[in-house]
Design a protein around this ligand. Structure first.
Ligand SMILES: Nc1ncnc2c1ncn2[C@@H]1O[C@H](COP(=O)(O)OP(=O)(O)OP(=O)(O)O)[C@@H](O)[C@H]1O
Ligand SMILES: [Mg+2]
Ligand SMILES: [Zn+2]
Length: 264
């Protein structure tokens, strides 16, 4: 299987892994919006959801309940846009099914099968969304995919979240996956009446990490009710009018610059 994975991954130029220390900080939102943004920039993009316990990518892309098809014994990714393909564990589960409880080896087997058997074809980008922390899923991915371009770490400014982020940074570096940058999410809530910034989870977390590890803080995304509202109806937010959308588009540019990709 490992040889097969290597062969397949050769046809994908850049592989980016989205990680976080804590849960619910916005990894999937980042992964989905980044993939969508890249696809609209004419990059051939794939998004792989390896979160077996709570696969949300399909929901945020508005393709929940879709099924993957198999041809020539290989999994065909679901085409969301002309340049955007998705493979999610959610496609393997029935809607009514409760979250799967899989032990480590089974998870590794499932992920490795996904990687070996999916017909991504030629891609510019593969964005991989993982569950929080440094568990079996991201570990398996880092071990199975040779030459991951880098990881993007999502955090809130909160202290506990930051403690876990330190662990995640070390994890990534230890596995030879360079950290491209940190995205601070839910940094503040702007009062719609007067513009006052309410700091929901404290202040300065991302900056502190930047100083401590020399890893770039790619941006600070405010908390905007629009983001979760859009996510619930399967719409990305990066191409909307809000402040968070503009900040997100800047983040995408920074990521491209960081990995030396020029837009066409
Ligand atoms: N900046 C934001 N403003 C408002 N809501 C947000 C923001 N970022 C994320 N959300 C919402 O918060 C929830 C959690 O986000 P998301 O699913 O992206 O986090 P996650 O890190 O992938 O979570 P998990 O660890 O469970 O995989 C979602 O409902 C999402 O729409
Ligand atoms: Mg998620
Ligand atoms: Zn106000």
């Amino acid at each position: 299987m490992e040889e097969k994975i290597k062969e397949k991954m050769k046809n994908i130029k850049y592989k980016l892994l989205v990680l976080s220390g804590k849960g619910g900080v916005g990894k999937t939102s980042v992964a989905v919006n980044l993939s969508y943004a890249l696809a609209l920039k004419n990059f051939k993009t794939g998004i792989l959801d390896i979160d077996i316990h709570g696969p949300n990518v399909a929901k945020m892309l508005g393709v929940e309940g879709k099924r993957l098809t198999v041809s020539d014994n290989e999994i065909e990714p679901y085409q969301v846009l002309p340049n955007l393909k998705v493979v999610s564990m959610a496609f393997l589960l029935e809607k009514s099914e409760t979250p799967v409880i899989w032990r480590g080896p089974l998870k590794m087997k499932a992920i490795s099968q996904f990687l070996g058997d999916t017909k991504w074809g030629d891609l510019d980008f593969l964005i991989i969304d993982s569950p929080p922390g440094t568990g079996d899923e991201p570990l398996t991915i880092c071990q199975l995919i040779p030459g991951i371009t880098g990881s993007i770490i999502v955090t809130t400014p909160q202290e506990i979240s930051l403690l876990d982020v330190r662990k995640t940074i070390r994890f990534s570096e230890k596995l030879n996956v360079p950290v491209i940058g940190i995205i601070e999410n839910m940094s503040y809530l702007k009062c719609p009446k007067c513009g006052y910034k309410i700091l929901l989870f404290g202040e300065g977390g991302g900056k502190k990490l930047e100083e401590e590890f020399g890893i770039e803080l790619l941006g600070q995304i405010p908390f905007e009710p629009e983001i979760s509202k859009n996510a619930d109806i399967g719409k990305p937010f990066f191409n909307s009018e809000g402040e968070s959308a503009k900040i997100f588009r800047d983040i995408v540019e920074k990521i491209l610059k960081k990995i030396n990709v020029s837009t066409v």
